[in-house]
Design a protein around this ligand. Structure first.
Ligand SMILES: [Zn+2]
Ligand SMILES: [Zn+2]
Length: 135
């Protein structure tokens, strides 16, 4: 809330409610989820609040799949890995991608930006048996 005030945003009851939701433990909410959950809050207010929260760095959004962006507590130190079959999401420390990051930078002059899009995967429950990956 302090960050929002510093940025000159008014803290309305609606914003406070939305903020509680998006900062909840393991919260992964799309704008649509929030709108469904709070029919009393105007749709435009939800979208505006989310972009303000993001502008001041409280939340960030990530694309977990084909659907709408998901808003989560800003913590750029992890990368969401989503099972493309069942949708389960696992957060992997960004440091684990360091070797790939270094290679891409050194050999392809591309700096990996993790966290905006999820990596896709198949969880152990969704992999066909005998695919050679230890579980
Ligand atoms: Zn995006
Ligand atoms: Zn799965």
């Amino acid at each position: 809330l302090a960050r929002l005030r510093v940025a000159g945003c008014r803290i309305t009851p609606a914003r406070r409610t939305l903020l509680d939701d998006v900062l909840g433990d393991d919260a992964q909410m799309t704008a649509e989820d929030l709108i469904r959950r709070h029919p009393e809050i105007d749709e435009a207010t939800v979208y505006r609040a989310l972009s303000q929260f993001e502008a001041v760095g409280i939340v960030h959004h990530v694309h977990l799949g084909h659907g709408p962006a998901t808003y989560r507590r800003a913590a750029a130190t992890s990368v969401p890995v989503v099972c493309e079959v069942c949708g389960r999401v696992v957060d992997v420390p960004a440091a684990e991608l360091a070797p790939l990051r270094e290679r891409l930078a050194a050999e392809h002059a591309m700096v990996l930006e993790v966290g905006h899009f999820a990596l896709t995967a198949r969880c152990s429950g969704c992999r066909p048996p005998g695919d050679g990956v230890s579980r």
